[in-house]
Each structure stands twice: as structure tokens, then as C-alpha cells.
Ligand binder design. Structure first.
Ligand code: GDP
Length: 624
């Protein structure tokens, strides 16, 4: 994990707190050396090697005589003596001949970075907060970011033209604030899914005339799942139909309780158009930041995270990096994800050349050997060899994670290992709001002392890519009720091994999760609609017989049925009795009328729709 350490921001725990994967490589025990008579005859082992080493060191590490190593090297046309150095790649090649796998030795620099996680208090200095703006589309996120950028140019650089580098800094009352320039929770959670949490504070923009909307709720869930405090900016206050009280009430209903409502969330009324309330908003950010006591040690090698990166025709690879800890200097050797480099030049958010960048500062850096990805970690290291080694480690780790990524994010497997999971995060999507509450309540009721079911986000509509990202970043599963999976989400879920389970029957949702929690879950299945009937009249002594017309498919006795009225589920149960005229029948096909009794469902009315389902086992993923 050495490539992910640093920055003082904890990386997310492994999915659902599962135990760490066993260490892949170990050093051979020098006191108990297995004897090697000939190459390629022992169990493959992995040893750690430095970036460069002498022939003797390699021989010791591989536990073979130096003569054999020299022989191997000669066969490759490399003439060396026992005390001469060879590089890692050559050593790896030789090692392969002895059926020994090699891994780059953990760097001192990385150990230093780990130690720096527990920084000495005396070395820490306050650092500016890093803020992401979130909210529903068209509520004014971009406008607000623009206004903040224009009105608060850092003093010494006044007049500079703002460059778009993915983040910018403003100065308020002599204090700096860093804004990430890609608004929205998707970008925020995408970074988090890659192990990088750059944001300290989320500003939730809600349009005063439009109120809380689906993406407002999503943003709240995403911020809360990341444990990032929220400040509400009620925007568009200039509009005649602005209604901030309604916004506050809706927020309270969504669990974000502002001061006026007795909660502890700050809310500021602003207008991006009229540029009002902006200073108050910025000051509020500073107040909240102060409570967070954000600190970093500027006097160490830098760590940071890539905000965005591209290939520039004239300048080569360009990456915007947010410095999280330490100070990055021009001339520093770095590893950015799997890419090594030496910082050739740095530019701030005003396009001005700078020599150094301290914590929470966004800078554009030149001098990388390639284009890294957003979310990649930057580590400044002492020298070129370390940069290469660090990058190599990151590359190797990425390959390893790809190859060995177990499908631990499926509901079945999560609970197989006893005690592996203490909390099951669920993102719940349903067709109508009315279905969410009963499912959520039933699921949360399954929690025991040992395991907790936590719905980290719920909402109406299909399963989206943003839902997948949230689960990817937080661990857990997605449950869809009467909804579909959007194609983008399906692709994302497949590549990230996220379990999406689709249901039509509430009972089955709850039962599956219950079984999973007790380790009894059967293989995955999907519910296939079998038939649909419309209730034409209701009769029988207790009014429980639904005289119905089968609209499509067929209705079978004993199958599970859902009764809905105007698209809303009003009950579920088993088909207890199925009659045509006076006869009990096993099934009735489309186009025929019949009498249906559903156990546990009463109050059926003409016009209600009865849908029945059968379960089908699926080998792989659920169909769209
Ligand atoms: P985003 O999708 O959240 O980034 O929203 P935009 O910043 O693109 O704004 C959406 C629309 O709302 C644009 O037409 C803006 O001009 C308008 N808008 C943004 N802020 C305000 C405001 O404070 N008052 C008014 N009246 N309109 C605004």
C-alpha cells in the first residue's frame, strides 16, 4: 500500500473491512535456506529486491551461488564480476530462471511517508480547506464557482487571468480557501473510489425557487458517506419566487438540519447572479474549516492527489495536483501513480510560474514521463531511482489488484467469512418514493449487535453510474426495486465488481439481505414477471376474491403476486386460490377471466393490477 500513503487523509478501508489480503512477497529465511540443486525446481517464491544490487546481493537474495548468477548473466551477454551492480530488470530476469519472482523492495521513502501519517504535532501548521460544490443540475454550481473565482483574487496575484486547472484558490480575510473546479458529487466520489479524498467541506447548492431535488439528495448522501461536513448555499435568492424557508424545511426532512431548525448545519443565502451573500458564504467556510482543525506539515516531501491531467501538444504531460501534505518544489523527483518524473515547472491557478506549492495548493506540474489519471497519488521522493521504483510499485500494485480483485462485493460472498463484515452499506433505488420507506425500515430492522445494515443512499429512479460510484467508494451493494440499471451503471458495476440486485417483491429484498446476514444466501436469482391481471370486480363474503382478466403471460397458483394501484404497490402475497367458474385451476392464460385470492392482501379494488413473478437463477449478472 506504499503508493497510497501520505497526505494525512486516511484511505478508505478495504471493502467492508475485510481482512487485508495476505502479503504477497516475503524474504527467504536466511537461517533455513532451502537448498537449490538446479534452477526451476522449487516452489515459486517472491523476494524483494532493491532498484540496483551487486551480483553477490542478488545471489544471497535468491539463495544461489554467485557462480550460477554470473553464468546466467553471461548467457545474456552481460559480463560482470561478483561485486558489480546490476539493475532491477536484469535481476528480475535472472531470478525468473531460478523460478523466483521478484518485487521491488519497499522504499525508505515510503516508510517515511507512513511515519508521516502520524505527524508530530509540533510540525503541523494550519492549511486551507479544500471545498467541493455540489447540488442539483441548474441550481447554480458553476455560476457560484465563477463568481467566487472572479471576486476573490488572491491579493498578490490580482489581475492575473484565471486558468482552468481543475482547482483554484481564493483569499478571504487573509485566509485561503481551495475550490475544486469540477462541481458535483460524481467527480467527488469518483476520486474517493480511487482512494483519494481531497475534499474537506462540501457546499451544497440549492436553488431557492426550486428546492431540494433528486441530485440534492444524492449529493447529501455522497457527502455523508464520505464524512464530509456540509454547508448549504441557498442560491438564486434574487428570484421573486425564492423560498428559503421551504428549502430549509425540505433539507430538514432529508436529514440536513440547519441552524434555524435547531440543527448544526450552516446555511447561507446567496445569489450568484447578483453576487450577494458570497462573502458570507466564504466566511462561513472559514468558520467550519476552523472547527475541522485542518493541518499539514509543510516541511517534508510532498504528497498530493491528481485533480486532472492531460497531454498538451507543446508542453507534454500536464497534471493538476492538489498538494495534501508537505511542499512540492520545482526540481523534485516524483512518482504520480505509475508515472515517474521530475518537476520541470509549476504553474498556479492564475497561470503564474511558481517554485513551490504548499499544502492545499493546486498546481499544474510539467515534467512527468506520462499522463496520470485523476485520483492518482503524487509522492515526492529523494531521487530518480526512488521515483522510478515508486512508480513501478504502483504499476505492479495496480496489476496485482486487477488480477486478484476478488468478487467480494457480492452479497453472497460478503458474509461467507464469519465476522468479515460488520456493516452492510446499501444504496436503495426504487420506482416510487412510497416503496423506499418500507424497504429501508425493514432492512435496517435486520441489524443486530453483530451486523448493521445501513442505507447510505436511497432515491427514486434507475440505478445510475453515480450510485455505483458511491458503493465503490464506500463498499456495499445496490438494491433496485422495480427499476432498471442504466447501461453506463452496468458497465461501471461490472468493471468494479459491484453487486446490483434487482427485485420486484419487497419480501424478497428483505429475505435476501436477512439470509446474507446469517450466511444462508442462495445463489443469485432474478425475478421474472410471469403474468399480469387487471381486477374487474371484487366479490366473496369478505370481498377478498378478485375477479380479474389476465392481461398478459399467465397467472399460476402459489406464485408470488404484487398488487398495485396507480403504479404504487399496495400489497404482496402468495396466490392462494385460482378459480375459473367453480373450478380450482393451476394456471390461467392471457385473455381469460378468473377469480384470484391472494393471501395477506385485502382491500383490493377494481382497476388494481396483479403482477406475478417467478424466480430464475442467474449464472452471472442480472439482466438489464
Ligand atoms: P449548475 O448546473 O448547477 O452548474 O448551474 P449553472 O451555474 O449552470 O446555472 C444554471 C442556470 O441558473 C443558469 O442559467 C444561470 O444563469 C442561472 N443562475 C445561477 N445562479 C443564479 C442566481 O443566483 N440567480 C438567478 N436568477 N439565476 C441563476
Amino acid at each position: 500500500m506504499s503508493t497510497r500513503v501520505g497526505g494525512g487523509r486516511p484511505r478508505r478501508p478495504g471493502p467492508q473491512g475485510r481482512p487485508a489480503r495476505p502479503q504477497q512477497h516475503h524474504r527467504p529465511d536466511t537461517n533455513n535456506r532451502p537448498s537449490i540443486s538446479a534452477p526451476k525446481k522449487r516452489e515459486p517464491v517472491t523476494v524483494e529486491l532493491a532498484q540496483t544490487m551487486t551480483v553477490k546481493e542478488l545471489a544471497d537474495a535468491l539463495n544461489v551461488g554467485s557462480g550460477l548468477i554470473i553464468k546466467e548473466l553471461i548467457s545474456r551477454g552481460i559480463m560482470v564480476t561478483i561485486n558489480q551492480s546490476i539493475d532491477f530488470a536484469t535481476a528480475a530476469d535472472v531470478a525468473a530462471a531460478f523460478n523466483v519472482k521478484v518485487a521491488p523492495k519497499a522504499l525508505d521513502a515510503s516508510e517515511g511517508a507512513i511515519a508521516a501519517e502520524i505527524e508530530e504535532e509540533e510540525n503541523l501548521r494550519p492549511r486551507p480547506p479544500v471545498v467541493t460544490i455540489m447540488g442539483h443540475v441548474d441550481h447554480g454550481k458553476t455560476s457560484l464557482l465563477d463568481v467566487i473565482r472572479q471576486t476573490n483574487v488572491t491579493a498578490q496575484e490580482a489581475g492575473g487571468i484565471t486558468q482552468h486547472i481543475g482547482a483554484y484558490q481564493v483569499e478571504v480575510s487573509g485566509q485561503k480557501i481551495t475550490f475544486l473546479d469540477t462541481p458535483g458529487h460524481a467527480a467527488f466520489t469518483a476520486m474517493r473510489a480511487r482512494g483519494a479524498q481531497a475534499t474537506d467541506i462540501a457546499v451544497l447548492v440549492v436553488a431557492a425557487d426550486d428546492g431540494v431535488q433528486p441530485q440534492t439528495l444524492e449529493a447529501i448522501s455522497h457527502a455523508q458517506a464520505a464524512n464530509v461536513p456540509i454547508i448549504v448555499a441557498i442560491n438564486k435568492m434574487d428570484k421573486p419566487d425564492a423560498n428559503p424557508s421551504r428549502v430549509k424545511q425540505q433539507l430538514a426532512e432529508a436529514g440536513v438540519v440547519v441552524h434555524d431548525w435547531g440543527g448544526d448545519v450552516e446555511a447561507v443565502e446567496v445569489s450568484a447572479r447578483k453576487k450577494t451573500g458570497i462573502k458570507e458564504l466564504l466566511e462561513t467556510i472559514l468558520v467550519v474549516a476552523e472547527l475541522l482543525e485542518l493541518k499539514a506539515n509543510p516541511n517534508r516531501l510532498a504528497t498530493g492527489v491528481v485533480i486532472e491531467a492531460k497531454m498538451d501538444k507543446t508542453r507534454g504531460p500536464v497534471a493538476t495536483v492538489l498538494i495534501e501534505n508537505g511542499t512540492l518544489n520545482v526540481g523534485d523527483f516524483v512518482a504520480v501513480g505509475a508515472i515517474p518524473g521530475k518537476v520541470r515547472a509549476m504553474f498556479n491557478d492564475r497561470g503564474k510560474r511558481v517554485k513551490k506549492a504548499d499544502p492545499s495548493t493546486p498546481v499544474e506540474i510539467l515534467g512527468l514521463a506520462g499522463v496520470p489519471q485523476a485520483g492518482d497519488r503524487l509522492h515526492a521522493v529523494p531521487n530518480e531511482a526512488a521515483a522510478k521504483l515508486f512508480a513501478q510499485q504502483a504499476a505492479q500494485q495496480a496489476i496485482q489488484e486487477n488480477q486478484t480483485a476478488p468478487r467480494l462485493t457480492t452479497l453472497e460472498e460478503m458474509f461467507k467469512q464469519d465476522g468479515a463484515v460488520k456493516e452492510l452499506n446499501v444504496v436503495l433505488k426504487a420506482d416510487v418514493q412510497g416503496s423506499i420507506e418500507p424497504i429501508q425500515t425493514s432492512l435496517e430492522r435486520l441489524s443486530s449487535d453483530e451486523v448493521k445494515v445501513k442505507v447510505i443512499h436511497s432515491g427514486t429512479g434507475n440505478v445510475t453510474e453515480s450510485d455505483v460510484l458511491l458503493v465503490q467508494a464506500s463498499g456495499g451493494i445496490i438494491i433496485g426495486f422495480n427499476v432498471r440499471v442504466e447501461p453506463g451503471a452496468k458497465r461501471a458495476a461490472e468493471s468494479a465488481n459491484i453487486d446490483i440486485r434487482l427485485y420486484n417483491i419487497i419480501y424478497d429484498v428483505v429475505e435476501d439481505v436477512r439470509k446474507a446476514l446469517t450466511g444462508m444466501l442462495e445463489p443469485k436469482f432474478t425475478e421474472v414477471q410471469e403474468g399480469r391481471a387487471e381486477v374487474r370486480q371484487v366479490f366473496g363474503k369478505t370481498g377478498n376474491v378478485a375477479g380479474s382478466m389476465i392481461l398478459d403471460g399467465k397467472i399460476t397458483r402459489n406464485s408470488i403476486a404484487r398488487v398495485s394501484r396507480n403504479g404504487k404497490t399496495i400489497g404482496e402475497g402468495r396466490i392462494e386460490s385460482l378459480r375459473r367458474f367453480k373450478d380450482d385451476v393451476r394456471e390461467v392464460l392471457a385473455g381469460y377471466e378468473c377469480g384470484i385470492v391472494i393471501s395477506g392482501v385485502s382491500g383490493i379494488e377494481p382497476g388494481d393490477i396483479i403482477s406475478t413473478f417467478r424466480k430464475e437463477r442467474v449464472a452471472g449478472d442480472l439482466p438489464l
